[in-house]
Structure formats: C-alpha cells, structure tokens
Design a protein around this ligand. Structure first.
Ligand code: AMP
Length: 302
C-alpha cells in the first residue's frame, strides 16, 4: 500500500440546505478527503488550523491512522466557509470565504512526507498546491481539485498547477468555468489539453464523467440517494474514495483502476450527503461500502 499526501483546507463550515442548517461544523477539503481515503490507504495531511480548532477534530483523523505531522496550529482562526443550497443541491452558493490562518500559510513538509507516492492537491490556494508538490521528491501519481473561488481570482497560478498533475477532479460547473465550454463533454478534452492525462468531472446526483487522453469517456450515474441532507464535501469525499482505492492497488494507476476508483469515489460520496458535515462519513465502515457497492452494481447492470 502506498501513502497519500494531501494538502487542502481544514475548516469550520456554516451551511444552510433545505433540510436545516449548521454553524461552524467540521469541514474542509482535507478533512473529507482524509476520512474517505483512510478507509483504504495511509494518509498524510498538510494544512493549518487556528487556536479555535477542537481537539476532537484532530482525534477524528488520528483515530483513522492519519499522519498529522504536517498539520500546523497557529495563532488566529481556522478557515471558515459559509454556503447555502437553494433548489439545486448540486450547486453551492458561497456566502463567505474567510481564509484566516490559510492566508499566511507557508507549508514545510516533514522529512518523512517527501517520499509520498500519491499526492492529492485538494481544493486550496493554487500557490499552496504548488509549494507542496515541489517538496515531494518523486511522486508517482498526482491529482488535484479546485473551485470557482480560485478559478476567478488565481486562474494563472491554477493553470501552472494543471501542467504538473496526472489527473484533475473537478465539478461540472467549475469545469465549464475553467474552459468556457458549454457542457462537461466538451470541457473534459479541453482540460486534458491544459496538462493532465485524465480528468474526472463530478456531476452531483448525475454521477461522473472520466475522460482519458488514451481511451476517451467512461460515464456512470451516481448511487441514487432519495434524501440528500447536505451535499457539502461530496466532491472531496469522492476524491478521497478515488485516491484511497488507487493507492491501495499494487500497480500504478491504469485506465481500469481509474474506472474502479471513480466507482469507489461515488460510493463514498453517497454516504457524506446523508447528513451534515462529516457526521455520516465518519461512521462509514468497509462493510457499509460493500453493501452499497452491491446495490450500485444492480443500478448499473444490464
Ligand atoms: P465540496 O466537496 O466541493 O462540497 O467541498 C466542500 C468543502 O470545501 C467545505 O467543507 C469547505 O470548507 C471547503 N471550501 C470551500 N471553499 C473553499 C476554498 N475557497 N478553498 C478551500 N476549501 C474550500
């Protein structure tokens, strides 16, 4: 099994959905990613939190065997994101992004993180994604995510990161925003022209589209979930399931393992959306995954 290094946000989220609202609940791309990936593989986290970060929230990752040596705690407040969903649960409306301690974060990787084979640059400032990647000696497989916030204010830096990764995971709206394309199908090849060999476009309840330069499209629906409580973190959870699965394989990623990884990402994300924050995700066991996978196989079988 190979280790996965992830850099991303550790956050407190204030969220409103048609099912209710939460104030300053645990969130952040690195948290969702790590909780999902650690079910399959060893995870190392790089990030920063403030003095208000709760000990229980360290413990949650620690209990899953996540290596927190790259997580700094500094003076100030933890990253805070506020968002709401109205009508369309596939699209979050950002109400507030308070970078707080991330504003002056200068990641310095612990020595033993530098040999990581898998690297995931989760949603965070593109210059931080670059800074982390530059410190990893010989990564075998690098993936990244981003969001509209960074596309609108740091597009040039983001394009620099895109040139250095093997794969991009991005949601449909952001793929269209990044490329100017009208739909996911035309956006995907345009993204691979920017650098990566593969792209996964996440389409909320409609599933995902994997596109590789070598073999073109592989498209499937999501696991049908009748009641979505809070879709926040679904994308990061997808990425965690995806990378966790890939890093647990004995070979470097192939087209076939990328396809299976997408399915594992979907299965993990289908749990996250069933409650606010990381509540549902943090309880998921391997046997829950197997049960849902069996249900999903029926959905997609001929
Ligand atoms: P998603 O998987 O796309 O729903 O991601 C949701 C998570 O992204 C939330 O828990 C937020 O804390 C985090 N987030 C929101 N905006 C940003 C941002 N600009 N940079 C990094 N993380 C963010």
């Amino acid at each position: 099994m190979s280790e996965i290094l992830v850099v991303g946000s550790l956050a407190y989220d204030s969220i409103e959905t048609p099912s209710g609202k939460v104030e300053r609940a645990l969130g952040g791309s690195a948290n969702y990613f790590s909780l999902a990936a650690s079910l399959f593989s060893k995870v190392r986290v790089v990030g920063v939190v403030g003095e208000d970060y709760d000990q229980n929230h360290y413990d949650l990752l620690h209990a899953r065997g996540v290596d927190l040596a790259g997580l700094s705690r500094v003076e100030g407040k933890t990253f805070h994101w506020a968002g709401s969903y109205e009508g369309d649960l596939n699209e979050a409306k950002t109400l507030k992004t308070e970078l707080n301690v991330f504003e002056h974060f200068n990641p310095n990787l612990p020595e033993h993180f530098k040999d990581s084979s898998f690297v995931f640059l989760a949603n965070i400032a593109p210059e931080l994604q670059l800074q982390v990647l530059e410190q990893v000696k010989e990564p075998k497989f690098v993936g990244m995510d981003t969001m509209n916030f960074w596309i609108s204010i740091k597009k040039d830096k983001l394009i620099e990161v895109l040139k250095k990764v093997n794969l991009v995971l991005i949601n449909e709206g952001e793929a269209k925003m990044l490329t100017g394309a009208e739909n996911a199908i035309s956006a995907a090849p345009m993204i691979t022209e920017m650098g990566p060999d593969a792209v996964v476009i996440k389409r909320g309840e409609y599933g995902f589209a994997l596109y590789t330069k070598a073999e073109g499209f592989f498209i499937l629906p999501a696991m049908p979930i009748p009641k979505v409580i809070d879709p926040t973190g679904a994308g990061d959870t997808f990425a965690g399931g995806f990378f966790g699965y890939l890093a647990a394989q004995k070979t470097i990623p192939t087209i076939s393992s990328l396809k299976h990884a997408c399915i594992m990402g979907s299965i993990m994300a289908s749990h996250t959306i069933q409650d606010f924050s990381v509540t549902a995700l943090s309880k998921v066991t391997m046997s829950d995954v197997e049960v849902r996978l069996a249900g999903y196989r029926k959905v997609i079988a001929l």
